[in-house]
Design a protein around this ligand. Structure first.
Ligand code: DSN
Length: 422
């Protein structure tokens, strides 16, 4: 048995082959799978290196220059660098990089801007909103009085006049815009006008579209909103974490809400990885990547439509699309299981007007961030659409499933995620 000192030095495969083996299997699964989960991506090795550094063991309650523990001069430089990059990339007056996830970021923002019991108007989860926007099952709905808006079931689009009418009637203190499953451009400027009219604050959660905002492919909410939150690992293609951006006037309240109100010590290894990820966002290669994500999503939507599938709102402006499977007579749960058998991974999702349940909805959500990271382009999107349409048209045909699975695996081998030295 190794001495206590030597335990520190052992590499993962030597010390814990079980966990190491699971990680390797998961990497292999990804290499052999078309990942169309709209919220997932493959982070750069440089970010992952920072994430796995010894910073994982550091405590740093507080903010740069005002910590509760000593020995944090380098950590202060690191967090300041991340903050400076976040402000620059998004053109924001203030940033906070300590929230551990998108949900924490949203809850911290609510706690910073509101009193418990205040009114929030936000998008319902069935129309594409997020749990932390105040879904019934989420703690936010217990902390605040939440009313929700949806999309027009006929068009799948946000109806700004209807939202305005709801806001005038409900008089919320905060309006939340932004979504987890909305394929079209969000008019943040219009939301800001509604918020101004009813005297509400405005928060945009851009977790899904943040990469498009950075690349100038979606209008930025930053000039229009009091607070903007985002996760870092979706179209931003960083490791997991979150950013809160806000106007200077809200800075002190937001920072205090993150620490000490909601969280204790931040995860400085995450912050290091976020700093590295933010540097990626400023490269021309990343901007080109986001353009490719959008081009791919459009091609995927067009090709699915051409094969007779019902794509919600008739297409997409961003990185994701929703398919309503009601005409196929197959629910999203069964569809996602069948697709996975052929190594195509999607998530089941409610679609506008869906008569199903969260566990058995009638839609699926597809996104292109991960396959685009592999280097796939429009020609591959056409092939993927063909496979998806074929599997959904003949869900009981095992021969189709087996052939598609072999073709998918062959395509994946042509587009490896990471070079094998990893
Ligand atoms: N789970 C994320 C998504 O898939 O959009 C949101 O938290």
């Amino acid at each position: 048995m190794a001495s206590t000192r030597n335990l520190l030095e052992l590499k993962l495969p030597d010390f814990d082959p079980e966990v190491d083996g699971i990680i390797r299997q998961e990497m292999l699964r990804n290499e052999e799978t078309l990942n169309l989960i709209a919220s997932e991506n493959y982070p750069p090795k440089s970010s992952m290196k920072a994430l796995s550094s010894m910073l994982s063991g550091i405590y740093s309650e507080g903010y740069p220059g005002e910590r509760y523990y000593r020995g944090l001069q380098h950590i202060d430089r690191l967090e300041s660098l991340a903050l400076e990059r976040a402000r620059r990339v998004f053109g924001a007056e203030h940033a906070n990089v300590q929230a551990l996830s998108g949900s924490n970021a949203n809850i911290a923002a609510y706690l910073g801007l509101l009193q418990l019991g205040d009114r929030i108007l936000s998008m319902e989860i069935d129309s594409g909103g997020h749990l932390s926007h105040g879904a019934k099952v989420n703690v936010v709905s217990k902390m605040f009085e939440v009313r929700q808006y949806g999309v027009d079931p006929a068009t799948g689009l946000l109806d700004y006049d209807a939202i305005r009418a709801q806001a005038l009637e409900f008089r919320p203190k905060l309006i939340v815009c932004g979504a987890s499953a909305y394929p079209r451009t969000i008019d943040f400027e219009r939301f800001a006008r509604i918020a101004r009219e009813v005297g509400a604050l405005l928060l945009a959660d851009i977790s899904h579209i943040a990469g498009l905002v950075v690349a100038g492919l979606h209008p930025s909410p930053v000039p229009h909103c009091d607070v903007v939150t985002t996760t870092t690992h979706k179209t931003l293609r960083m490791t997991r974490g979150a950013l809160i951006l806000c106007r200077r006037e809200h800075a002190a309240k937001i920072d205090r809400a993150v620490f000490p109100v909601l969280q204790g010590g931040p995860h400085q290894s995450n912050i290091a990885a976020i700093a590295v990820g933010l540097r990626h966002l400023e490269t021309p290669e990343y901007r080109q990547y986001v353009r490719d994500v959008v081009t791919n999503a459009r091609r995927l939507a067009e090709e699915l439509l051409a094969r007779g599938l019902r794509v919600v709102s008739g297409g997409t402006d961003n990185h994701l699309l929703l398919v309503d499977l009601e005409p196929q007579g197959i629910d999203g749960d069964a569809a996602s299981i069948r697709l996975e058998e052929a190594h195509i991974v999607v998530n089941k999702n409610k679609v506008p007007g869906d008569k199903g349940t969260a566990k058995k909805p009638f839609g699926i959500r597809l996104g292109t961030p991960a396959v685009t990271t592999r280097g796939m382009g429009p020609a591959q999107m056409t092939r993927i659409a063909g496979w998806v349409a074929e599997l959904l048209a003949r869900p009981a045909d095992d021969a189709v499933r087996d052939r598609v699975r072999d073709e998918v695996r062959a395509l994946c081998r042509e587009f490896p995620i990471y070079r094998p030295t990893f």
